[in-house]
Ligand binder design. Structure first.
Ligand code: PLP
Length: 389
């Protein structure tokens, strides 16, 4: 007997992430260069690690407040005041979570009733649709166009609007495309959200990783602060993926509702990681800036490299991904990714892992060394020669 029929309908309806398959192939091969994983290749800066060691030595081993240590919530609140002139009350408007992953899940569960629809510009991060489905909502994908550098407009969202639309979920700088949204683009989206009374969930985990232009925080837009659930975390900017710390900022009602779920399901984020996150926010900026400068160097190398290989790609402006078009190879994205790893030992992710509108593209992460990127470009060049015409 198969036990799978006993599973919930919502779990059965979602597919496993399309990213993992290629990691599994790569794990069995020697000399693989991975442009697949969306994770910094840096180790967390030492002063951040050291603060955790210090915390352990001083007995920081207990639960914390459900909402997170006050010192961390206060540091987060100060960061948003200094950087964006936004006032978030550390007591009522900040919730520390186990990564942005948990914050995303909590946000969905806190606001969605069964059948509520969530507009999601696509291509997008692999968890968005699944989180909506698991919370009982209905994800509605809205294709973003490469001609518009994968930015989204109200005109593109409008046709997908129904009486059930409750949330707009956006993630800029974007995974997988590297797109950002300029302030003038976002002002139109804010107006659209206001007119249609939508809650906006804005995943700004790559906000500090912007190379060209500045990152615009969605909550700074007129009338958007209370309407928005702003998500951010430490995984990417501070190379802290394994620590599992993120946070949500919003009006007191949304944060109280999310805290209620968090309290019963997670209790609190680990204290050791919260101590490290305080150090990251108070003293970590200089290390973060160094890493960002290095990503920028790699970004230019890979963008120029793809151009030289004749692979069409728009220049990524943020995050650490590039999303070249591979249709000239005559292969689909899945075929391209599979044949490339088997013949050249380079791992990347087919664009369709991020939604149907990612067809004809692959995602490459440049969070890896200059040497590895150069060698990967050589191997991809070799591969393209074999598939030319
Ligand atoms: N949001 C986006 C857009 C991501 O790319 C990722 C991780 O890749 C996450 C959220 C999850 O981040 P965290 O490690 O904070 O759970």
């Amino acid at each position: 007997m198969s036990w799978s029929e006993k599973l919930s309908d919502s779990v059965q309806s979602i597919a496993p992430s399309g990213i993992r398959k290629f990691f599994d192939i790569a794990a069995k091969m020697k000399d693989v260069i991975s442009l697949g994983v969306g994770e910094p290749d840096f180790v967390t800066p030492w002063s951040i690690r050291e603060s955790c060691v210090y915390g352990l030595e001083h007995g920081y081993t207990s639960y914390t407040a459900n909402r997170g240590m006050f010192e961390l919530r206060d540091a987060i609140s100060n960061y948003y005041k200094e950087k964006y002139n936004l006032d978030y009350d550390a007591d009522k408007e900040v919730l520390v979570t186990v990564g942005v992953s948990e914050a995303l899940d909590l946000a969905m569960r806190a606001v969605l009733n069964p059948g509520d629809e969530v507009l999601i510009p696509e291509p997008c991060y692999v968890s968005y649709q699944a989180c909506v489905t698991l919370a009982g909502g209905v994800p509605i994908s809205v294709p973003a166009k490469i001609e518009n550098e994968f930015r989204i407009t109200p005109e593109e969202l409008e046709p997908f609007l129904t009486k059930k639309t409750k949330v707009l979920l956006i993630g800029y700088p974007n995974n997988p495309t590297g797109a950002i949204m300029e302030r003038e683009d976002l002002l139109k989206i804010a107006d659209f959200a206001d007119v249609n009374d939508l809650i906006v969930i804005s995943d700004e985990i790559y906000g500090d990783l912007t190379y060209s232009g500045v990152h615009e925080c969605f909550s700074t837009l007129p009338k958007m602060k209370d309407r928005t659930i702003l998500l951010n975390g430490f995984s990417k900017a501070y190379a802290m993926t394994g620590w599992r710390i993120g946070y949500a900022l919003s009006n007191p009602d949304f944060i109280a509702a999310m805290t209620k779920i968090h309290q019963y399901t997670m209790l609190c984020a680990p204290i050791t990681a919260q101590v490290a996150a305080i150090e990251a926010l108070t003293n970590g900026e200089k290390y973060m800036k160094k890493m960002v400068a290095e990503y920028d160097r790699r970004r230019r190398l890979i963008y120029d490299g793809f151009k030289k290989l004749g692979m069409d790609s728009f220049e990524p402006k943020g995050a650490f991904y590039i999303f070249p078009n591979i249709t000239s190879s005559g292969l689909t994205s899945e075929e391209f990714a599979e044949k490339l790893i088997l013949s050249e030992h380079v791992a990347l992710v087919p664009g369709t892992a991020f939604g149907k509108s990612g067809a004809g593209h692959v995602r490459c992460s440049y969070a890896t060394s200059i040497e590895k990127i150069s060698e990967a470009l050589n191997r991809i060049g070799h591969f393209l020669k074999k598939h030319a015409g």
